[in-house]
Design a binder for this molecule. Structure first.
Ligand code: ATP
Ligand code: MG
Length: 243
């Protein structure tokens, strides 16, 4: 018997950007079950971000079925309620952060969920602290550095305590210390997530399965086996071919 509780199910999803004759997603299938800690590593332009935007209803597929928490989602109004339960970390932090100050950006989600002003502020402060970026609450968000914005965007997502996390290259621009902190935070969460990253060691540290994408479809870990290739040989740094 299959006891897995299905959270996200995409069936036969096809999507092309307007004006393009290329199917960025081509009869794609994906299942994410409760408790899954999935990683995704795939080449630039293979459609990873488009996939996350499709799950969130930001890209509307040309055909196929999207089911989230057991419900079929078709129109914009179907996606609105799930956006507070699924936390998407955008690939570009500037797409996530739009408030004047750091605190307002992080408190925005909890406020939207109905928390009081004071509770939202408390949640925002605690979340920033967890990520080690306390003391910048009053700073102007768009003047923060790229890595700091990444952390603030992450705090904004985590502050909503979503049931599912979709993280699009969370470690981009983060220094090693913060990256390690993020590994600890993700490993300490009892939550379903899908993490896109080009950082193999990071993805290996925080996920149980690594998927890829090719020709608009998902390649599951049964089909591929992504692994780090370490070797010693006498060619030194000279270009060489593996046989
Ligand atoms: N708004 C858009 N309009 C038209 N084409 C787009 C748009 N956004 C993305 N694309 C195209 O869709 C394809 C997939 O893009 P996507 O951003 O999903 O790739 P990705 O796998 O996330 O890449 P990366 O690793 O660089 O982030 C690319 O060829 C890209 O040029
Ligand atoms: Mg991307």
């Amino acid at each position: 018997m299959n006891n897995k509780k299905n959270i996200i199910r995409l069936k036969n999803i096809t999507f092309s950007y307007p004006g393009s004759d290329i199917c960025t997603l081509d009869t794609l299938d994906l299942e994410i079950n409760k408790g899954d800690r999935l990683g995704m590593m795939a080449p630039n332009g293979s459609g990873k971000t488009t996939l996350l935007h499709t799950i969130m209803g930001l890209c509307k597929p040309d055909s196929g079925v999207i089911e989230i928490f057991g419900k079929r989602l078709k129109q914009e109004k179907d996606f609105t309620p799930i956006r507070s339960k699924i936390g998407l970390l955008f690939q570009d932090s500037d797409d996530q952060l739009f408030c004047p100050t750091v605190l307002e950006d992080v408190a925005f989600g909890p406020l939207n969920l109905g928390f009081s002003q004071q509770d939202a502020i408390d949640i925002a402060k605690t979340t920033l602290e967890k990520l080690g970026i306390q003391g910048v609450e009053k700073n102007v968000t768009h003047r923060m550095s790229g890595g700091q914005k990444r952390l603030i965007a992450l705090a904004a997502v985590l502050a909503m305590e979503p049931e599912v996390l979709l993280l699009d290259e969370p470690t981009a621009g983060l220094d090693n210390r913060v990256r390690e902190k993020l590994i600890n935070i993700l490993n300490g969460l009892d939550i379903t997530y899908l993490v896109i990253s080009h950082d193999f060691d990071f993805i290996k540290a925080v996920t149980d399965k690594i998927y890829s994408m090719e020709s608009g479809k998902i390649l599951t870990d049964e089909k591929i086996h992504i692994h780090r290739h370490e070797h010693i040989h006498k060619h030194g740094k000279r270009p060489h071919v593996h046989k």
